[in-house]
Design a protein around this ligand. Structure first.
Ligand SMILES: Nc1nc2c(c(=O)[nH]1)N[C@H]1C(S)=C(S)[C@@H](COP(=O)(O)OP(=O)(O)OC[C@H]3O[C@@H](n4cnc5c(=O)[nH]c(N)nc54)[C@H](O)[C@@H]3O)O[C@H]1N2
Ligand SMILES: Nc1nc2c(c(=O)[nH]1)N[C@H]1C(S)=C(S)[C@@H](COP(=O)(O)OP(=O)(O)OC[C@H]3O[C@@H](n4cnc5c(=O)[nH]c(N)nc54)[C@H](O)[C@@H]3O)O[C@H]1N2
Ligand code: SF4
Ligand SMILES: [Mo]
Length: 739
């Protein structure tokens, strides 16, 4: 073991040099595979800033080091994102690294139903390559797929996409971001011509009207909420959410629309703005297309119809429209209440339309702003090689393929000419017997994917399932044939891109346990054993890869070719894209930049486009048999998704209920004789589960809310998707309470 460990250490790239020795001073030792470098010495006792690895806010955390190892952390006071603040997860970020259930060696299940047994990396690699190659030989390249994440660093995200699609011939691969961001990606691409959230966090402080749609900022992005708290303009804070959330309670106006009535509500609002002349005609004429058609479209959304569909009266709507009209700097923000809908894309575009028609874009405190979710959602959107060719390029565009092939020095024919299947199509492809092998990385679909049973059954149907994770105990890892043990956040180097497009640095400040390797090094090992290492010779270290990605981004809207390396990112407190070489000089004095300041959008005529459609019916409306709407989402600021990390902290565990609960309105509880904290059964067409009743007026009668963090939640959800983005509609299904 010691020999293997020593060999493996040689593929681990160096501790970086933000405050330590320069790269050139580090000892360069070619590794066993000719891939890596070994640091000469550990970092001295010091403090170094890294970006948090939970949510997309991307707070800076000062990691305090002793003998080069992290011993504690405090929020950075000089990082432009969080200004000295952190939420409970950030404060506890180092704790999950120490957990007992870390995956410490590769593990193989020799036969179905058998136990997972530890094996060497050599055996693991040989199993990985022989199984996937055999499947591809027998059933074609298309029969192996991967599902990844928005939570590994951008360099790893890109390496995975390139290795899988260019190196291994895999055609179908998707990111966890499909669960989360696909709607915003499509909405922005169609409306603006590129996937480009335009804002900077300073906008939270500069708006005088802040409109939050389907976003529970206080829980899901607490530090963004703190930025609103710092706003000196006494802003109107408007929340559009069916529930009386923590954010709705803190707002100045709450519009508790009926679930999934957003399109009626937003088109109705647009009509009132137009009828009162509260629109910026001149700006619209100069910078947009399709406005006339949009005006005729919204005429049909009468006050009566809007009230009937959304529950919002004409009087309430007029008040909202007036507030927006009076605002000089109005910003519109949305998150999963919009994206996770059967018509998410058109809903997001209805929000974009409001910003365009009122001229609220490109100026401080304005914008049509999609808030991202995971720490590297934005990195995944642009660089995972799934929904875009690396760097926001297009697989179908031959010039783009030629550019990427030239920079990577690979044969252009290795680049697929079309997008692969989306996440749900991969799952259904498994059921249909088309996909036989699956590689799941840094995501836990057996807990988080919609209609859980169908996902779990798909995993069982596979000939071969590989799970690459920090922990061997996740629901998905428990179904694996092979587990590859991964280093986690702070055990490796790379960059995340946060919600405001800021590239921020993650550094290796802790050792991964035993034989666990960074995802980057796992990809290197795979490329070696697969026989395509030659293709990735330019991807020698995370930083070399970062520079490749910067080169790939050149001339794209997300161009960051002015960023010369990690040290620059570190010195500047993160860098927002775009950052061309000509932008660099201004960065030191202006590190809060927004897009569209010159009203130039990314379509060929530089104009933005009004896009709209008729509302459609939800896939599973309530009925006599299933009379309640089930909403799902985030429970507390201390819980992260499927809880593989946050449940490892005793501090965080104290901040939320230990077992699954459901929120129900007091009137419904009384009618059904449900007492607070009693166990009740909730039934959907998929499953019946037992949960604790939390009786609270935060939900309205006829609606229930369940946090997604408990494993059972997705047993109930119904698999329906937005037709354009294929994002799951997690926030609506019909259920009943069995008394
Ligand atoms: N503590 C914590 N923070 C997180 C995460 C976490 O797991 N824990 N996850 C991160 C990730 S990946 C994401 S994507 C974000 C998600 O951040 P948010 O989207 O803010 O969180 P959710 O609770 O999923 O959903 C937001 C709100 O949508 C509302 N909603 C439901 N249906 C509708 C509807 O039809 N219309 C409207 N207008 N609203 C509706 C819900 O009531 C809910 O309050 O959070 C990020 N931050
Ligand atoms: N009902 C319902 N379901 C939902 C949602 C909802 O609102 N309602 N929200 C959806 C949304 S928006 C999201 S983003 C998803 C989240 O769903 P998931 O992505 O499945 O959630 P996580 O628990 O964050 O899973 C990340 C996994 O990666 C592992 N990991 C962490 N860091 C690393 C690393 O560096 N390398 C490797 N290899 N592994 C690592 C963790 O241990 C964990 O197993 O859930 C979705 N599911
Ligand atoms: S708000 Fe998000 S980025 Fe900031 S400390 Fe909390 S989890 Fe980390
Ligand atoms: Mo998400």
């Amino acid at each position: 073991m010691a020999k293997i460990r020593a060999a493996l250490e040689k593929v681990i790239p160096p501790l970086q040099q933000w405050h330590g020795p320069k790269t050139s001073e580090l000892l360069r030792t070619p590794g066993k595979f000719g891939l890596g470098q070994v640091p000469e010495k550990c970092q001295p006792d010091a403090t170094t800033n890294v970006v948090c690895g939970f949510c997309s806010t991307g707070c800076g955390l000062n990691i305090h080091l002793k003998d080069g190892k992290a011993v504690g952390l405090t929020p950075s006071t000089d990082y432009p994102v969080n200004l000295g603040m952190a939420c409970p997860k950030g404060w506890e970020a180092l704790t999950p690294l120490e957990a007992d259930d870390r995956a410490t060696t590769p593990m193989i299940r020799k036969q179905r139903g058998g136990e997972l047994e530890p094996v060497s990396w050599e055996s693991a690699m040989s199993s990985f390559c022989s199984n996937f190659k055999n499947i591809q030989q027998e059933h074609g390249d298309e029969s192996v797929a991967f599902i990844s994440t928005g939570q590994i660093v951008t360099e790893e995200m890109a390496f995975l996409g390139a290795l899988a699609k260019f190196g291994m011939g895999i055609r179908h691969g998707d990111g966890n971001t499909r669960q989360c961001m696909a709607t915003s990606v499509v909405a922005y691409k169609q409306s603006f011509g590129f996937d480009a959230p335009p804002y900077t966090y300073q906008d939270f402080e500069e708006s005088d009207v802040i409109v939050l749609i389907g976003s529970n900022l206080c829980i899901a992005h607490p530090i963004m909420w703190q930025r609103i708290e710092r706003n000196k303009h006494n802003p109107e804070i408007i929340v559009v959410d069916p529930r009386k959330t923590e954010t709705a309670v803190a707002a100045t106006q709450h519009f508790p629309i009926l679930p999934k009535s957003d399109l009626y509500f937003l088109y109705g609002l647009a009509r009132v703005l137009i009828e009162n002349g509260w629109v910026d005609e001149q700006w619209i004429a100069q910078h947009t297309n399709e406005y006339e058609a949009f005006c005729s479209h919204v005429q049909t959304f009468t006050a009566e119809q809007v009230e009937q569909q959304s529950g919002i009266t004409a009087e309430q709507m007029l008040k909202l429209a007036e507030t927006i009209h009076r605002g000089e700097r109005v910003s519109f923000w949305w998150t999963m209440g919009v994206n996770q809908s059967h018509e998410g894309v058109r809903t997001a575009q209805a929000i974009i339309n409001l910003a365009l028609m009122t001229g609220n874009i490109g100026r401080p405190g304005t914008g049509a702003n999609s808030i991202t979710g995971q720490c590297n959602a934005m990195g995944s959107r642009l660089f995972s090689n799934t929904t875009n060719l690396l760097g926001g390029h297009d697989f179908a565009n031959s010039e783009h393929r030629a550019k990427v092939a030239k920079i990577l020095e690979i044969d252009e024919d290795r680049i697929p000419r079309e997008l692969g299947m989306a996440y749900d199509q991969i799952v259904e492809g498994i059921h249909a017997g088309k996909i036989k092998g699956l590689w799941v990385l840094a995501t836990n679909g057996s807990h988080s994917w919609i209609h859980q049973e169908r996902y779990k059954e798909a995993m069982e149907k596979l000939d071969y399932l590989v799970v690459q994770d920090m922990y061997s105990t996740t629901e998905t890892a428990q179904q694996a044939d092979l587990i590859l043990p991964a280093a986690g956040w702070a055990e490796k180097d790379g960059v995340f891109i946060n919600s405001e497009r800021r590239i921020g640095l993650v550094k290796k400040v802790a050792e991964a346990p035993a034989e666990a390797l960074s995802d980057f090094n796992i990809f290197k090992l795979i490329s070696h054993y697969w026989g395509c290492a030659e293709m990735f010779k330019k991807w020698s270290t995370p930083e070399a890869t970062f520079k490749l990605l910067a080169e790939l981004s050149q001339d794209q809207p997300c161009d960051f070719s002015g960023v010369t390396g990690y040290r620059m990112v570190d010195d500047l407190g993160g860098v927002q894209w775009p950052c061309k070489p000509s932008d660099v000089a201004g960065l030191a004095s202006d590190n809060q930049r927004r897009l569209f300041t010159y009203n130039l959008f990314y379509h060929t005529d530089s104009k933005a486009k009004f896009i709209f459609a008729e509302p459609t019916e939800v896939a599973e409306p309530t009925s006599k048999e299933y009379p309640f709407v089930l909403l799902t989402g985030r429970g507390t600021s201390a819980q992260w998704h499927t809880e593989t990390r946050t449940k490892k902290s005793a501090v965080l565990r104290k901040l939320y209920p230990a077992s699954i609960y459901i929120e129900i309105h007091p009137d419904d509880a009384e009618r059904l004789a449900i007492t607070p904290n009693s166990l009740i059964k909730v039934k959907s067409r998929r499953a019946t589960i037992e949960v604790t009743a939390s009786v609270t007026p935060s939900v309205f009668p006829g609606q229930l809310f369940m946090p997604m963090h408990y494993a059972k939640a997705n047993q109930l959800t119904q698999a329906s998707f937005d037709p354009y983005s294929r994002q799951p509609s997690y926030k609506f299904c019909a259920v009943e309470i069995v008394v």
